[in-house]
Design a protein around this ligand. Structure first.
Ligand code: SF4
Length: 450
């Protein structure tokens, strides 16, 4: 029999509809990853079709996209077996450590004319709330992050029509001049495409120039779903599937690591999801440049796509969220070791549960605009390292802080007592509330970081 925690997961989240941003909580603490014997017993009680696929992955064979699609259809015992297998594969790949990074998102502009239909982030230049941070402000935010223990800043922005091509290089120079040891994780493939075009440089030359000025890694955002028809619907195909793959593989060939993402739960379906994960796996087989895979559920609030079209879904169901994390682990087994559960998309409770369904990382801390908060100007929410440790320990894993490239910086002793769910974070923040706060917005809404 599988352990209680794992068997609890699909029941706890499997009946949801819409985003997993609900504050529905789980009341069990995690048990151990299933032993080989208990997993074998569980697989014996599942359908032959599903147990064949899961056994294949446990034997470190790649499963096909078609087999991944079958897994998206699992229910009941088959779904339990999928989750238990993903948990086992996580343990086989990275052990019993759940990780996080201390980072700060600096979204240097929210001005963008690209008009991606799902984007709830972009503003026109003269619209209220439009902003473009100065180089000094960007560097000062990086300095403040460094002073508070961050090892990484994540820099992304809209494609502001007034930006010159060297703006991206100047951001790197400004940060490195002030905080030389900070890892800069910056610029989506869409921004790389835009900056190269503005600079009249080839993508390779543009990326190399950024590397020469301190770029440490790139977010693999703007991937959405790597499918021609779906991308047309979402982005008017302004950055095509081929262009996204070309920019990412160019970065990898230049020695620049990137993450990989998927944004799901809008006008797509499981067929697109497995094809997307398959493409990511193929790239990884060729380059080895991905550090992690991050499933990001579509956030429909404020999304023009959702607001204007009746057939657009309000994000993935809770059931789809857990399958996405588990199947990502199964399909990417042996190729990408790190599957991230984004707590900003899922909420702390769900992110914690995903750590026992294939994920091994919960992403970054949320560093608020502390000066504003300290001056009493506005209430702020913040997730600090201690909160991340609690989220991980609640899943029954050992917590460790990592850097951007998944090197361990510090390990934490297990707390003597696991605290209850409602104290996992200082505040459990509904996604909507985060999305409408005024700090590092972009990860919280479907936009340039998706
Ligand atoms: S997703 Fe990014 S590129 Fe697209 S409109 Fe929003 S900010 Fe611009």
């Amino acid at each position: 029999m599988m352990n209680d925690y794992i068997s609890m997961v699909p029941q706890a989240i499997g009946n949801g509809t819409g985003n997993a941003s609900s504050n529905q909580t789980t009341d069990a603490t995690a048990g151990a990853t299933p032993s080989n014997a208990s997993l074998t017993a569980l697989l014996r009680s599942t359908s032959a079709k599903v147990s064949d696929i899961l056994n294949k992955s446990l034997n470190d064979e790649d499963i096909s996209e078609q087999e991944g699609l079958i897994l998206f259809d699992t229910q009941g015992r088959d779904l339990d077996a999928l989750i238990a297998t993903a948990d086992k594969l996580r343990e086989n790949s990275v052990g019993d450590c759940g990780t996080f990074v201390i980072t700060r998102n600096i979204n240097f502009t929210n001005v963008c004319n690209m008009g991606c239909k799902f984007c709830g982030f972009a503003k026109r230049k003269n619209e209220a709330g439009a902003e473009l941070l100065s180089m000094d402000e960007i560097a000062n935010r990086a300095q403040e992050a460094w002073d508070r223990g961050a090892t990484e800043v994540c820099i992304q922005g809209g494609l502001h029509p007034d930006l010159k091509g060297d703006h991206y290089r100047n951001i790197l120079k400004a940060i490195k001049a002030q905080v030389p040891d900070m890892h800069i994780h910056a610029f989506s493939p869409f921004e790389i495409w835009y900056g190269a075009r503005k600079s009249r440089m080839s993508t390779a030359d543009f990326i190399q120039d950024l590397i020469d000025h301190g770029l440490g890694s790139m977010p693999g955002t703007a991937a959405e779903i790597l499918d021609v028809e779906i991308r047309k619907k979402l982005t008017k195909d302004k950055l095509s599937t081929e262009q996204w793959i070309d920019i990412i593989t160019t970065a990898h060939k230049l020695g620049l690591p990137t993450t990989a993402t998927i944004m799901y739960g809008h006008v797509d379906s499981p067929k697109h999801w497995v094809e997307h994960i398959g493409k990511i796996r193929t790239i990884q087989q060729q380059t080895g440049g991905f550090t992690e895979f991050v499933p990001l559920g579509f956030v429909h609030y404020e999304s023009p796509l959702y607001l204007s079209q009746p057939d657009v879904r309000p994000g993935p169901t809770a059931d789809e969220n857990i399958k996405m994390h588990a199947i990502s682990r199964v399909m990417l087994n042996g190729w990408i070791d790190n599957i991230q559960a984004s707590w900003v998309k899922l909420g702390p409770d769900y992110a914690s549960a995903m750590l026992r369904a294939g994920a091994n990382d919960i992403g970054g801390t949320l560093m608020n605009e502390s000066i504003t908060r300290a001056s009493g100007g506005k209430n702020g929410q913040e997730i600090v390292p201690a909160d991340m440790v609690k989220m991980i320990e609640k899943a029954g894993l050992h917590a460790a802080r990592r850097n951007t490239l998944y090197q361990t910086i510090e390990k934490f002793e297990r707390s003597a007592t696991l605290e209850l769910v409602d104290t996992v974070c200082r505040q459990t923040i509904p996604v909507m509330e985060i999305a409408s706060s005024d700090n590092a917005l972009m990860p919280r809404v479907s936009g340039a970081l998706s």
